[in-house]
Design a protein around this ligand. Structure first.
Ligand SMILES: Cc1ncc(COP(=O)(O)O)c(C=O)c1O
Length: 379
């Protein structure tokens, strides 16, 4: 079966966060991380059947969905998990915040690396934890972790490392070696690792593999809260369904206690869509990766041709992290908006002078946006 990622879907007038920001304006929105594609036919079918049934009461997690998650982690990463280790969540950002609340006490520190998805930078403060950040470094091969800098930032009050793997916004897929070094540092300083792996099924480079942090071995598994979701890969973020995998029973109890009374159930349609995504959408997923890979290559080639702009190779995600600092632009987001392209500002990610471009859209739309950007860069 072939899937149509080329035909634009009109999202205007649907209360889309992404599109309504520029309501009535000729600005192509390439900012927030959802894609402008219809979901897989299997997801649509499953949701339709659920809606036709017409009852939307409190819903338990389907046993088949638990089997699907366990089977998927075993097949893709040789990571064997148990049913009890899974904690269902209505969103992954909820999981980041719950992890910050569950680990340590008021005034303890949470460490992360920038640039990073903005909720990493705000979650610690939401629960009176101190945020400590260490920059990723740009080396010839791309964005890398400076392990010395990271270890030197750890103090006796540091309790947790918040890790984004694969990394949003740089698109890095950390290697087994990098993750092992990180894990050793966390073991040496007895840190919990909260590993956000929401982009794990969006690895675009053939031959590059995602490695779940917890799958490195029993010691690191014990100290890791893994957060995953189908929402980015299968384009269902509006259906709110995510999960944590926590093998260590006391840590899992702490996490569940931190959720108590404030984290709602996953909605019934979220479970339905997630099951159809994981069990019945393999071909769609593979076709999506091919499409995104081509889009990524177009973006990289186009950015290279724009004087003053640069980006490192994005191994994963549908996000391009673009450096505008050589252009001397004061406000790159405003400049590109004026040219008709809506990008994410780097500042909330902890990196002024950068913009993030979401290439999860039909190729014709992407090419038009890149043309508009090129025009501005050449004037
Ligand atoms: C790294 C990362 N974590 C979490 C999320 C959002 O998760 P959710 O919508 O399930 O809260 C995103 C969305 O872009 C993300 O990139």
């Amino acid at each position: 079966m072939t899937y149509d990622f080329d035909s634009p879907v009109d999202r205007r007038g649907t209360n889309s966060l992404k599109w309504d920001l520029y309501k009535g304006k000729d600005i192509i929105p390439l900012w927030v991380a959802d894609m402008d594609f219809r979901v897989s036919p299997a997801i649509t079918r499953a949701l339709r059947a659920h809606v036709d049934h017409g009852v939307f009461g409190y819903t338990l997690v389907p046993g088949e969905l638990i089997d699907a998650v366990i089977g998927r982690l075993a097949a893709q990463y040789q990571w064997k998990i148990e049913r009890d280790w899974i904690v269902w969540l209505p969103g992954l950002v909820t999981g980041i915040n719950v992890a910050c609340r569950a680990v340590g006490d008021t005034g303890d520190e949470v460490l992360t690396m920038t640039p990073v998805y903005p909720p990493f930078l705000t979650a610690p403060g939401n629960v009176s934890r101190e945020l400590r950040t260490v920059p990723l470094v740009e080396r010839a091969g791309g964005w890398e972790i400076d392990f010395d800098l990271l270890e030197r930032a750890i103090t006796p009050r540091t309790r947790m490392l918040l890790l984004c793997s694969p990394q949003n916004p740089t698109g890095r897929v950390f290697t087994r070696g990098e993750l092992s070094t990180l894990a050793q540092i966390c073991e040496r300083h007895d840190l919990v690792i909260c590993s956000d792996e929401i982009h794990c099924e969006l690895v675009l480079d053939k031959g590059t593999e995602h490695i779940p942090t917890a799958a490195l071995g029993p010691d690191v598994e014990r100290r890791t809260i893994t957060l995953m979701a189908p929402s980015k890969t299968f384009n269902i973020p509006g259906l709110g369904c995510a999960f944590a995998v926590i093998s260590d029973k006391p840590l899992r109890r702490q996490f569940l206690r931190a959720m108590r009374g404030i984290v709602p159930h996953v909605n019934a349609l979220g479970y339905t869509a997630t099951l159809a995504a994981y069990r019945d959408s393999r071909d769609w997923h593979l076709a999506l990766l091919d499409y995104l890979r081509e889009n990524r290559d177009i973006v990289e080639r186009s950015i290279e041709a724009m004087p003053g702009l640069s980006m490192r190779h994005a191994e994963a995600t549908y996000l391009a992290w673009i450096d505008t600092r050589q252009t001397g632009m004061e406000g790159p987001v405003t400049t590109f908006e004026e040219a008709g392209v809506g990008l994410s500002d780097g500042r909330p990610f902890g990196a002024e002078g950068f913009v993030r471009l979401n290439f999860g859209c039909p190729r014709s739309v992407l090419e038009e946006a890149l043309q508009r950007m090129l025009k501005v860069m050449k004037t």
